[in-house]
Write a protein that binds this ligand. Structure first.
Ligand code: LIP
Length: 269
């Protein structure tokens, strides 16, 4: 694929993420009359796994635009979109990553849009409507926040690393995840838990944190943010140093990656 073709897809990722973000933000404002408050929410996989009609509206917006602008492409969306690809191009969408933050009015939420060709993610964008920030990347073409090129931190001492992480919705998994982070905490500078994988991955990409790890994600949480982080110079693996995947991902500045794998392996026992 040519760089101009990747850039065209990258621009569409940006446009879809920003448009879906506007759908969600305007819907939330309408629900709360612009005041402090929460939009109505339902639950999915557990009592803590929230979903709102704005998640569904944002995904519908993306689905309808892709049907018009990219007929024949596949689509996988968190809120149920599942369309087989007839073109080899597949879109991977989380209409609102950080739904709990969206419901509570915490700024770390937004649409995450990635596009893969023959299962290789070639472009992605994450938009945060509450801050107006759009992170985006193209395979081999770098990552940016708006027009600003991104690069990870140059840290090489894990004992002063700022590490982001997250926890699943399954209470039985959360106990194990809590034990691991408790053992990691004294080995690093500090921990941050934003509530959005896409926010954490973009934070690694722009140096707001030095690393992020999480387990038991979904493909849509990870697809765009992982490309953005890698294109900013981050190393990516599973927590034990193998290939990264939604079930196990560690993304960090290169200077601390091996040491963090050692820390996470040790804290797993
Ligand atoms: C969220 C992830 C986050 C994780 C949360 C939740 P959602 O996705 O982005 O990293 O810790 O438990 O899975 O459900 O807001 O799309």
């Amino acid at each position: 694929m040519t760089m101009s073709a990747i850039d065209e897809l990258r621009q569409l990722c940006i446009s879809l993420a920003q448009g879906a973000g506007e759908v969600a933000l305007s819907g939330r404002i309408a629900d709360t009359n612009g005041a402090i408050g929460q939009p109505p929410a339902a639950t999915k996989s557990s009592a803590t796994d929230l979903v709102t009609r704005h998640d569904q509206a944002a995904e519908r917006y993306i689905r309808e635009r892709l049907a018009a602008e990219r007929p024949g492409d596949g689509l996988l969306g968190e809120e149920g979109s599942s369309i087989e690809s007839a073109t080899g191009v597949r879109w991977i969408v989380d209409p609102i990553d950080g739904t709990t933050n969206f419901v509570y009015g915490i700024p770390a939420w937004g649409p995450s849009v990635a596009v893969a060709i023959d299962d290789v993610v070639v472009a992605g964008a994450v938009h945060f409507p509450a801050t107006g920030e759009t992170f985006h990347a193209g395979l081999g073409a770098g990552a940016a926040l708006g027009d600003l090129p991104l690069s990870v931190t140059t840290i090489d001492d894990v004992s002063v690393a700022l590490v982001a992480t997250g926890f699943g919705y399954d209470p039985s998994l959360r106990a194990h995840q809590g034990e691991r982070v408790a053992r990691l905490l004294p080995r690093v500078r500090d921990i941050r838990r934003s509530g959005s994988a896409a926010f954490d991955l973009c934070s690694v990409a722009c140096g707001r944190v030095d690393a992020y790890y999480e387990e038991h994600l979904n493909e849509w949480d990870l697809a765009a943010g992982l490309l953005i982080a890698r294109e900013s110079g981050a190393l990516a693996s599973s927590l034990d140093g193998g290939p990264p995947s939604p079930s196990s991902v560690l993304v960090s500045a290169p200077g601390i990656h091996a040491a963090l794998v050692d820390c996470l392996v040790v804290t797993t026992r």
